[in-house]
Design a protein around this ligand. Structure first.
Ligand code: AMP
Length: 216
């Protein structure tokens, strides 16, 4: 099963993708995570990527498409994959279409998380993750069970993303409205888009995703 999870920054795409990975054994292909790994590697393209990300702008389409194509080809995607943060422009959506038909693959579901943009800044500014295993937490909604200790791996260091600062969040939302929102009609015209309310609890949203997936 292959799916795309769409929605603005802070809609919960990463959280829901993590749950899909646990439940269905899918591979999460998050272009944001891949780019953050590139930045962390300290390479020269990583420096350039960091500048783009810190401005809340988008990395060039050709780089992103090549990155995703390489990941889809890995044997680990045998049970399927979930695209999180990709496609983000109509150029990427069309390139994905062409790429999938070349590889004789298809997208089973395109799920849009609909959220109120006013709550996004709060959601993003409160989030942090384990520095070791990457599991996500939130100051208001999901703290570790034992204060300061990761529930999954026990590590005691946490990270906050530099692009979750309010001014960068505003640029990211603008990039979403101008460049990513136009792909919604692209998928609804194809008849594959399913939109769900992304404002409930993590479990409520996950239940809705499960209903869609169970529906075939
Ligand atoms: P995310 O973790 O999905 O919120 O992505 C963080 C940042 O990485 C974005 O603000 C962009 O700068 C960059 N990025 C992630 N995915 C893409 C993509 N598909 N196309 C272009 N830039 C991307």
């Amino acid at each position: 099963m292959n799916l795309i999870i769409l929605g603005p920054p802070g809609a919960g795409k990463g959280t829901q993708s993590e749950k899909m990975v646990e439940t269905f054994g899918l591979v999460q292909l998050s272009t944001g995570d891949m780019l953050r790994a590139e930045v962390k590697s300290g390479s020269e393209p990583g420096d350039e990527t960091k500048n783009i990300m810190d401005l809340g702008e988008l990395v060039p389409d050709d780089r992103i498409v090549a990155m995703i194509s390489k990941q889809i080809d890995k044997p680990s995607t045998v049970k399927g994959f979930i695209l999180d943060g990709f496609p983000r422009t109509t150029v990427q959506a069309r390139a994905l279409d062409a790429m999938l038909s070349e590889k004789s693959l298809k997208m089973d579901h395109v799920i849009q998380l609909v959220v109120d943009e006013n709550v996004i800044v709060e959601r993003l500014s409160g989030r942090f993750s384990c520095s070791e295993c990457g599991v996500g937490y939130h100051d208001s909604f999901k703290n570790p069970v034992e204060d300061g200790k990761c529930d999954k791996c026990g590590a005691q260091e946490f990270l906050r993303r530099s692009d979750d600062k309010p001014e960068t969040v505003r640029s990211r939302l603008l990039a979403y409205r101008e460049q990513t929102a136009p792909i919604i009609p692209f998928y609804s015209d194809k008849g594959v888009l399913q939109s769900i309310d992304g404002m409930g609890t993590v479990e409520e949203v996950f239940d809705k995703i499960n209903e869609i997936v169970a529906g075939g």
